[in-house]
Design a protein around this ligand. Structure first.
Ligand SMILES: Cc1cc2nc3c(=O)[nH]c(=O)nc-3n(C[C@H](O)[C@H](O)[C@H](O)COP(=O)(O)O)c2cc1C
Length: 358
């Protein structure tokens, strides 16, 4: 298969690969810039930046300034395409959107919540908006709302299937039968949803698929089914440039298939993670002590939450895997080495080119 470019609104990347945003502090300036340098789109995850523990009641300012720094750092490393990922469940989501736009970011990927008012926050038309959805229903809701309220449509959609890492847009019941919600089945549904809006606005709405995409064959298969590109996260964890601590990457290398589990996150959504020492201790203890001065999540009920997810993710990213929650996609167990971003992307591109699919 010939490797297609990926056009999202006013942006065209040389290769159809987006590195998915990974919080907390897993995908920052180094990883995103390395991917952008190779012709892909690198994404900085905006969740939990800065020194959360030190920020106390200045959480919003500290978080915003840290995002601004990551954006500037990434831009100093590459002229390639850098996106920012923002999660709707964050109490400071609006502030982060504005900071990304001020920082000159041209792609905002918005997940974990419906971005119904996102266009109102982003008046600059040169900023491309990419909602992350997991169902035709969510896609339809967003596109209909943006059409009616803002007379605009999305610049693309990221369809995240049930094999993805981190928080998932599926119920526990749905996740017990992931085969019923495969990307193969969901993609045609989403392509049908976007069609009338493409016709109305006279522009293509690329659908980018995510969740369990592991190699170039997976990418070729998705492209041949009508996807315009793929978003991959798990595979980028085990690269030299990934911003997270070495111990985190080693948890991926050690993980067996049965270690990758679905958890109930304090965010209020299911998530996928590696059942490491932290999750095992939590199973035994039931609940850990929480001291929360930040209220970083709109949806977290501090009195009922079993642990502070922000703290658990910060612990993980600095390498304290005993006290840290390690998010991963379903295919993390298939990774057996840490390579450079250049090596990973070259491998993926060679596999796409070798595919017979068209
Ligand atoms: C460690 C990790 C952290 C993640 N954090 C975020 C996040 O902060 N925001 C988000 O929208 N998605 C997040 N995701 C989801 C990814 O961006 C991506 O869409 C998904 O994992 C793709 O599936 P794959 O990991 O199988 O390639 C995370 C995934 C992982 C593995």
């Amino acid at each position: 298969m010939k490797i297609p470019k990926l056009t999202i609104g006013s942006i065209t990347s040389d290769i159809p690969i987006i590195q998915g945003g990974m919080g907390v502090k897993v995908s920052l300036s180094l990883l995103s810039a390395a991917v952008a340098k190779e012709g892909g789109i690198g994404t900085i995850a905006s969740v939990g930046l800065g020194d959360i523990e030190a920020s106390k009641n200045e959480y919003e300012r500290v978080s915003r300034e840290a995002l601004e720094q990551e954006i500037q750092k990434a831009k100093s490393l590459t002229d390639g395409h850098i996106a920012v990922n923002i999660m709707g469940v964050l109490s400071n989501a609006d502030d982060l959107v504005r900071a990304a736009v001020r920082g000159g970011i041209k792609i905002i990927a918005f997940g974990a919540g419906l971005p119904l008012k996102l266009p109102a926050l982003v008046e600059d038309n040169s900023v491309n908006l990419l909602p992350i959805i997991s169902s035709g229903r969510a896609a339809e809701l967003i596109l209909r709302c943006w059409d009616r309220r803002f007379r605009r449509t999305a610049d693309g959609l990221i369809l995240e299937g049930p094999l993805a890492g981190g928080h998932l847009g599926f119920s526990f019941e749905q996740l017990s039968h992931p085969e019923k919600y495969s990307l193969n089945d969901l993609l045609p549904e989403i392509l049908d949803v976007v069609k009338p809006y493409e016709d109305k606005y006279g522009s293509k709405i690329p659908v980018i698929v995510a969740g369990g995409i592991f190699d170039g064959n997976d990418i070729a298969r998705m492209l041949s089914l009508g996807a315009s590109g793929v978003q991959m996260a798990t595979r980028f964890v085990c690269t030299d440039e990934c911003d997270v601590a070495q111990e985190f990457k080693e948890e991926y290398l050690k993980a067996r298939k049965e270690d990758i589990v679905i958890i109930k996150s304090p965010v209020g959504m299911p998530g996928r993670a590696i059942r490491n020492q932290f999750l095992k201790s939590l199973e035994n203890q039931g609940k850990l002590k929480i001291n929360c001065p930040y209220r970083c999540l709109r949806t977290c009920n501090v009195n009922e939450a079993k642990y502070c997810i922000a703290l658990a993710l910060v612990n993980a990213c600095v390498g304290d895997v005993v006290n840290g929650l390690i998010f991963s996609g379903q295919n993390a167990y298939r990774i057996n080495k840490i390579i450079t971003v250049k090596e990973l992307i070259s491998e993926l591109l060679a596999e796409i080119e070798a595919s017979d699919l068209t």
